[in-house]
Design a protein around this ligand. Structure first.
Ligand SMILES: [Zn+2]
Length: 295
């Protein structure tokens, strides 16, 4: 009778003190895993909206798991299509936003290439124009000086030299006419250059108009690792490209291995995805050792 009561009481106590079942995002504290722990995973589902097939996703996930195994020098993650913890791809606004962001980046890139070409072209034409303008200014000075010299000579000249002066005057007039024509050409060239500049500015304006006035705030969570006791679930919400997805998988696998967030920007376990991340770093590896050795 007493034994029965005791058993019942134990059950009630167990129930009372059972760990809360709220999702844990980053199980940095909690039960210390053994360094020999082997965690198996499986691909549960991919929302068709991702346009990602199982055949495409599996090698990417396997690669991320293999990177951890290699970095730690032992198998800590294993593919097990029956018993592994589920990995699911859930499509929502985050992925839509990623796709829009990607499209925007591509468009901007195209514009930037065009602007760069136009700018180079414009600068070259501007340099040529400057040279023509300098030549013209030099000719202008020379012509003015020649006309002044001629006028002086005409004032002092005796009537006998009139025929010679007449020839010189005709030459000067012809040069003046040619000079006026060159001035017109220079004006036309200036206009052409201004058109080019306008064109370039329009392209730049078109490019800038693509950028939304309100830049979307960075999407903090593109992946999530939930853990209750030994039950884990990985959810991938969004990714930009294969590299981005691999980084997210590496990060969430890190959580599955019991690692929390790190402050080193280049580390895979840094709070947010960033451009410094390439592969697992020493910081990631020591974080794993620390948590499994009870650090
Ligand atoms: Zn995280």
């Amino acid at each position: 009778m007493i034994l029965r009561l005791f058993l019942l009481l134990t059950a009630v106590l167990l129930w009372l003190f059972w760990p809360a079942v709220t999702p844990v995002k980053a199980p940095s504290h909690g039960t210390t895993a053994s360094c020999d722990q082997l965690i198996s995973w499986r691909l549960e589902s991919i929302d068709p909206a991702f346009g990602l097939s199982t055949a495409e996703a599996l090698p990417l996930i396997s690669d991320a798991a293999a990177q951890w195994n290699q970095a730690l020098g032992k198998e800590v993650l294993r593919y097990d299509p029956q018993q592994g913890f589920p990995i699911r791809f859930i499509f929502d606004a985050r992925q839509q936003q990623q796709l829009e962001q990607l499209l925007l980046e591509r468009n901007l890139h195209r514009y930037d290439n065009r602007i760069e070409d136009q700018q180079q072209d414009f600068e070259q034409q501007l340099a040529e124009f400057q040279k023509i303008k300098d030549d013209f200014a030099e000719k202008d000075r020379q012509l003015a000086a020649d006309i002044q010299a001629f006028n002086q000579k005409a004032q002092q000249a005796d009537p006998g030299a009139a025929a010679l002066l007449g020839k010189e005057q005709a030459e000067l007039l012809s040069r003046q006419k040619e000079h006026a024509l060159e001035a017109e050409q220079l004006d036309a060239l200036t206009e052409k250059l201004q058109d080019r500049q306008q064109q370039l500015n329009n392209t730049i304006a078109d490019r800038n108009a693509l950028i939304p006035a309100q830049q979307s705030t960075g999407l903090a969570e593109v992946g999530l690792l939930e853990q209750r006791g030994n039950n884990r679930t990985m959810t991938i919400f969004a990714y930009k490209d294969a590299h981005h997805l691999t980084l997210t998988l590496l990060h969430e696998f890190g959580h599955a291995l019991g690692i929390g967030h790190l402050s080193e920007a280049g580390s895979i376990m840094h709070t947010q995805l960033n451009s410094a991340q390439q592969q697992l770093t020493n910081a990631d590896i020591s974080a794993w050792r620390q948590q499994c050795e009870g650090g």
